[in-house]
Design a protein around this ligand. Structure first.
Ligand code: CFM
Length: 539
């Protein structure tokens, strides 16, 4: 079911006028025939009081990019709640040959109390580092700041420096206070800058250790996604230098500069590093997508084309044929249940787009999609970056300036070959979500809870792919909800096996008898009716 402009106006009309004006810029009804390309406002502040699904800069730095590095201890300098809620909830799995160097299941925090806020928390932080060294002795430590740390002005950098001198390991500090940006996106940027400045390139390796050496960027091994992608890539014959950062290690990350190519899965969280690696070491990056069978096949072919080796291209086709033969018939069975159904796909900063292909393969249409914290380029395509207006919030996080490394820069492709390839594969490029969505579908930036309910009532989707914050509201409305952040308790959903798991899980949701026992609130009369009146100075 498509949405009309009139229906959209009706939803917006329920807002006070200022809110209405603001939200209107964040919502589009897709129209490919529009005279000028449709623009969406993104990466700007959420209106206070609106129930958003967004997270904070600390979540983006520690929770998303830094946290998955398993051989480091990650200390949350702040109140225990910030640490607790980033403890294991993202399901970025990790295993290690040396279990003594895998700290992923731990939660480290300074547990700041009122006295620390009044008198400063630096001493307590130094003490936690001493304890960490005495008990765990990790290869490196990270310290992430939470809001109060920035407010009281603790000098994390100074504490980190003293600890480095004392213990001879790297102690990275991140000023990723929650308020540093409008969402977790700011935290991604802070983390990217820190890793690029202090870790990547610090290893001794000068040459790639094997043929077809690649890095996998923006893959966080949620529910084991990274393991499935690794399985496929290894089968084709690639050597993975490092994964950023799911099941990744600090030790491998130091040698990321030797790879021949960087694959970028989630560009939103890591495109900064991809760009900087190209400038500093001459390593091109390729946009990949391992979500969905077709996307995985296309991606494997793109990578093989980059290297251009006949044997590799041949092997890629063999792997694809073998995998398809194994899973296609099974997926077709699930497709029978899914065919003709519709979905909302509202997730973070890249999955809102990536998972649409997987729904499509199952015969389902995504009628509404969006991101929590993506930027305009994630909607409209990377080519709009020069047109993006930077506001004060964006300027808060400076771009890290990098230059060609005089010793280690290697041109991996001749400029002619680069240009030629660019026409065939997404080198340094990605298209946005909007391009692939059907006319009449709705695209929403920073969807909030009020709008979620309103859109559900109008579009009546069969399933919502979203997150924990709205999952139970949706289910109480009598609709299946699939968390596409944590995958609930399932996964992997990437690669060939992941597509199969996803199809199975979605079908389980559809065929569960649970829904027969739920009466959506609007079917229970009488409904509570209220009006919002605007007052001066409100909204
Ligand atoms: Fe990238 Fe992610 Fe995502 Fe993201 Fe996230 Fe995540 Fe996400 Mo949740 S890094 S932008 S900050 S793909 S935690 S693994 S699922 S919102 S769409």
């Amino acid at each position: 079911m498509a949405m009309t402009e009139k229906q959209l106006e009706e939803i917006l009309a329920k807002y006070p006028s200022k809110v209405q004006k603001n939200r209107k810029k964040h919502i589009l009804v897709r129209d490919s025939a529009a005279e000028t390309p449709q623009i969406i406002e993104a990466n700007t502040r959420t209106i206070p009081g609106i129930i958003t699904n967004r997270g904070c800069a600390y979540a983006g730095c520690k929770g998303v990019v830094i946290g998955p590095l398993k051989d480091m201890v990650h200390i949350t300098h702040g109140p225990v709640g910030c640490a607790y809620y980033t403890w294991g909830t993202r399901r970025n799995k990790a295993k290690s040959e040396n279990p003594e160097k895998n700290f992923i299941n731990y939660c480290f925090t300074t547990d700041m109390q009122e006295s620390d806020i009044v008198f400063g928390g630096e001493k307590k932080l130094a003490k936690v580092i001493d304890d960490v060294m005495a008990i765990f002795s990790p290869n490196a430590i990270s310290i992430s700041a939470t809001c109060p740390v920035g407010l009281i002005g603790d000098d994390l950098g100074a504490v980190a420096k003293r600890a480095e001198e004392k213990y001879g390991i790297q102690v990275l500090s991140f000023n990723c206070e929650g308020y540093k940006g409008v969402s977790q996106s700011a935290g991604h940027h802070i983390a990217n800058n820190g890793l690029m400045e202090h870790v990547i390139g610090k290893g001794d390796a000068e040459e790639a250790p094997a043929k077809y050496a690649i890095n996998l960027l923006g893959e966080y091994n949620i529910g084991g996604d990274g393991w499935e992608v690794e399985r496929i890539l290894k089968e084709v014959g690639y050597h993975i230098v490092t994964i950023m950062t799911g099941d990744g290690t600090y030790e491998d990350l130091k040698n990321a500069h030797v790879a021949e190519l960087n694959l970028v899965q989630c560009h939103r969280s890591i495109n900064y590093i991809a760009e900087m690696l190209e400038i500093k070491y001459g390593t091109p990056w390729l946009k990949v997508n391992f979500v969905g069978v077709q996307a995985t096949c296309d991606t494997l072919r793109d990578i093989a084309q980059y290297f251009g080796d006949e044997a590799l291209i041949q092997k890629t086709e063999e792997v694809i044929a073998k995998e398809l033969a194994r899973i296609e018939a099974k997926i077709d069975q699930y497709k029978k249940i899914c065919e003709g159904k519709t979905a909302f796909c509202f997730v973070g900063g890249s999955r809102g787009h990536h998972f649409q292909g997987l729904f499509k393969e199952l015969g389902m249409e995504t009628v509404l999609a969006g991101y929590e914290f993506a930027h305009r380029d994630d909607y409209e395509g990377r080519q709009v970056i020069p047109d993006i207006k930077l506001d004060a919030d964006t300027k808060n996080i400076p771009d890290l300036h990098v230059e060609k490394d005089p010793e280690r820069f290697r041109l991996k492709l001749s400029p002619e070959r680069y240009e030629e390839l660019k026409k065939k594969i997404p080198l340094s490029q990605y298209c946005g979500m909007n391009v692939e969505m059907k006319d009449g579908s709705v695209i929403v930036d920073d969807l909030n809870h009020f709008e979620t309910e309103e859109f559900i009532k109008i579009l009546k989707p069969d399933i919502l792919a979203s997150g924990i914050k709205d999952k139970y509201v949706i289910q109480k409305m009598g609709l299946p909800s699939k968390q596409l952040h944590s995958y609930d308790y399932s996964g992997p959903y990437a690669g060939f096996n992941g597509a199969l798991n996803f199809a199975e899980d979605i079908c389980m949701s559809f065929t569960s008898p649970t829904w027969n026992f739920i009466t959506p609130p609007w079917k229970n009369e009488p409904l509570l009716v209220g009006t919002v009146t605007e007052e001066e100075g409100v909204a």
